[in-house]
Design a protein. Structure first.
Length: 423
């Protein structure tokens, strides 16, 4: 837990995407009190504030004098929800690598970078949003934070809750959470409940339970969490010297990142950080692709599907952030793609050849990029940033299932060992 010196925050507005009503509540609700629609949080930003924040963030990165300055979220605290308050629940999130993928980029004829959010404290991008929503929960005196999860959210919520003195309640779809994520959640002491159903069933349950005023919902339905996730884009562009990017490509499950990234692009234009916004490409697994199906039909509505994919982090059939994500795609002339499990696993192996490891859901971004190249929408010379959302060891079962059985040799059998090793 860290305390920060007072800062001058941006002004904010919360508006319902369904009925257009302005919601005058702090913190913003996850459901519009007038119509039950999905609220959207926005900062009121100007180029003058942009110059200040850009200079402050750069100085904090070079010379961190305070624990918050080492956070890739709170370095931008003048434009992050709650950045003017104390205390802040931080584990040093952000500051993740932007990796130049030379081999893959050369094969595609593009300048390719990967923003690896697996570098975060619990191994996924979820920590960026969790630090913001957990800080708000602490300041409001919540007793419990609650989430539904396919694994990464639960691991992050458990770690941030225990370090903040709160209880984490987690609802998981039975038998559908990767071992690495389940182990993290248990290790950090969360109270687990399994439902005999999908993530969407778990999400319905926690939204009902979170009506209790003692509880803070920390899923991406809560717009405060997306506020932190948008700093992925801020930091990636900072690392590129704020030079233009043609495409930002990322996995899409519950559509929180799609929502946050469109919001971030809007903010960077308003702050004077971007002259030409990137196009967004949201990539879904074919077995869990309601957003892609909606995109193919003009984004008018979303039909729930029964999800099934090896990419457990995006195994979601009824994403709650659809209204926000739809706006992000429309405003950036973006696209929504669908890739098979086979393409995802091949992309994961392909990233390994560039020395980069990630969980299967993350590799969906590369599979989607290959599809864009094949279709001629990404063209030679384009600059592309892939967002890799989770660490390689989040899903060890997926790794082991793809690899051949380890060869065994008797102790001391040098010749046999040499033969197996190809020497």
């Amino acid at each position: 837990m860290a305390n920060s010196s007072p800062v001058v925050p941006s002004s904010r507005v919360v508006r319902c995407l369904a009925c257009g009503s302005t919601v005058d509540e702090t913190p913003p609700p996850d459901v519009c009190p007038f119509c039950g629609g999905l609220p959207e949080l926005r900062h009121q930003l100007t180029p003058e504030l942009g110059n200040k924040v850009r200079d402050l963030a750069a100085e904090r990165r070079k010379n961190p004098e305070h624990p918050l300055d080492r956070s890739g979220v709170w370095r931008f605290r003048e434009i992050v929800y709650g950045g003017e308050h104390s205390p802040i629940a931080t584990l040093g999130e952000g500051g993740t690598r932007l990796i130049r993928l030379m081999q893959i980029g050369d094969e595609m004829g593009i300048e390719l970078h990967a923003k690896h959010e697996g570098d975060n404290p619990t191994g996924s991008f979820k920590d960026r949003g969790m630090t913001v929503v957990m800080s708000d929960a602490v300041r409001r005196g919540s007793r419990v934070v609650l989430c539904a999860s396919t694994g990464n959210t639960s691991a992050s919520a458990a770690a941030y809750a225990t370090s903040s003195g709160l209880k984490a309640g987690v609802v998981l779809p039975k038998g559908q959470v990767a071992l690495g994520k389940l182990a993290q959640t248990l290790f950090f002491g969360a109270q687990l409940l399994e439902v005999d159903g999908s993530f969407d069933d778990a999400m319905h349950l926690v939204r009902e339970l979170s009506q209790d005023p003692r509880v803070t919902l920390v899923n991406s339905a809560n717009p405060i969490r997306l506020d932190g996730q948008r700093t992925i884009v801020f930091e990636a562009f900072e690392q590129l010297g704020y030079e233009a990017v043609d495409w930002l490509v990322f996995p899409a499950g519950n559509l929180g990142n799609c929502s946050a990234f469109g919001w971030a692009v809007d903010d960077m234009v308003n702050l004077g950080w971007l002259d030409r916004p990137p196009r967004l490409a949201a990539v879904q697994a074919a077995g869990a692709a309601p957003f892609h199906a909606s995109f193919e039909q003009g984004l008018e509505k979303l039909e729930r599907v029964q999800p099934e994919t090896v990419a457990t982090a995006i195994r979601i059939g009824n994403p709650v952030s659809f209204p926000r994500a739809r706006l992000s795609i429309e405003k950036t002339d973006g696209v929504v793609l669908s890739v098979t499990d086979e393409q995802i696993l091949e992309a994961q192996r392909r990233l390994a050849r560039d020395g980069v490891g990630c969980e299967p859901a993350s590799a969906a971004s590369l599979a989607g990029l290959q599809q864009l190249c094949d279709r001629g929408e990404v063209t030679p010379g384009d600059r592309v940033v892939l967002v890799l959302t989770g660490h390689l060891l989040k899903d060890p079962q997926a790794l082991l299932s793809q690899n051949p059985t380890v060869q065994q040799v008797p102790a001391g059998e040098v010749e046999a060992a040499a033969q197996h090793l190809g020497l």
